[in-house]
Design a protein around this ligand. Structure first.
Ligand code: HEM
Length: 208
C-alpha cells in the first residue's frame, strides 16, 4: 500500500465528494424547477414576477451563506474535503444572482437600458444589489483551476476575499427593501458578521 498522509486517511474518497457535489446541484435545482414549472402552471400566486424576484433573491443570499460557511465548518469539523464543494456552492450563488438580475432586467425593466440605468441610480437598494452582482462576475469567471494558475494562488485568494464585500452589499440591499419581515436582513447580517469574524480571527491568531 502506498504511503498516505493523515489528511488523506481522513479524507473521504473522490467518489464521495463527487456525489456530495451532485447532491448539492440537485438540491439547488429544486427552487429553480419550482419556478420553471410553477410559472406556466400558475402556481406562483397573483404576482408571479414578484414571486420569482423574491425567490431568486432569497436563494442567492442563502447560497452565499452556505459558500461562506464552508471554510469555518472545514476548520471546526476538521473536514478538509469540504473545501472541494466551495466552487459548486459559489457557482450556485452566481446562478441564482444571474436569474434574479435577469428577472429584474427582463420582466421588470423590459430590457429598457435607459430605464435600467435610471433605476440603478434612483433606488439605493438597486444600486447596491447591482454592485453586488457586478462583483460576483469576476469570482464566477475565475472559479476554475486555470485562473488560479494564471493569477497565482495569492492574487486569486485576494480577489476572492471580495465575497465579503458582496455579503455586506447584499445585506444593505435587503435592509433597504423595507420588507414585510424587517428582522430577516439582520439575521443574515449577524451570520455574515460571525463568519467574517471567524475568518479574521483565524487569519490574525497564531492558530492558523
Ligand atoms: C448578490 C446580489 C443580490 C442578492 C444577494 C440579492 C438578494 C435579494 C433578497 C434577499 C431579496 C428579498 C427577497 C424577499 O423578499 O424575501 C431581493 C429582492 C429584490 N432584489 Fe435583489 N439581490 C441581489 C442583486 C440584485 C440585483 C442586481 C437587482 C437588480 C438590479 C436586484 C433587484 C431586486 C428586486 C427588484 C427585489 C424585490 C424588491 C421588492 O420586492 O420590492 N437584486 N434581493
Amino acid at each position: 500500500m502506498p504511503f498516505l498522509t493523515t489528511t488523506q486517511l481522513r479524507s473521504p474518497s473522490q467518489v464521495f465528494v463527487q456525489r456530495a457535489k451532485w447532491l448539492l446541484i440537485v438540491l439547488a435545482a429544486l427552487p429553480f424547477l419550482r419556478l420553471a414549472v410553477g410559472a406556466p402552471l400558475g402556481w406562483l400566486g397573483v404576482n408571479p414576477i414578484e414571486f420569482i424576484t423574491r425567490s431568486t433573491g432569497t436563494w442567492t443570499i442563502v447560497s452565499l451563506v452556505v459558500t461562506l460557511s464552508i471554510t469555518p465548518l472545514r476548520r471546526l469539523l476538521n473536514w478538509p474535503w469540504l473545501v472541494r464543494l466551495r466552487r459548486t456552492t459559489g457557482l450556485i450563488t452566481f446562478f441564482y444572482a444571474f436569474l434574479h438580475f435577469m428577472t429584474w432586467l427582463w420582466l421588470d425593466r423590459f430590457f429598457d437600458w435607459t430605464d435600467m440605468v435610471k433605476d440603478i441610480v434612483k433606488r439605493p437598494f438597486i444600486t447596491v444589489g447591482f454592485a453586488a452582482f457586478l462583483l460576483l462576475i469576476p469570482l464566477a469567471l475565475t472559479s476554475n483551476n486555470a485562473s488560479i494558475k494564471r493569477l497565482g494562488a495569492r492574487a486569486w485568494q485576494r480577489l476572492h476575499w471580495s465575497v465579503y464585500a458582496i455579503a455586506v452589499l447584499a445585506v444593505f440591499h435587503f435592509i433597504w427593501l423595507a420588507r414585510r419581515n424587517p428582522n430577516e436582513p439582520y439575521i443574515y447580517a449577524a451570520i455574515f458578521a460571525l463568519l467574517l469574524g471567524a475568518r479574521v480571527y483565524w487569519k490574525f491568531s497564531k492558530n492558523k
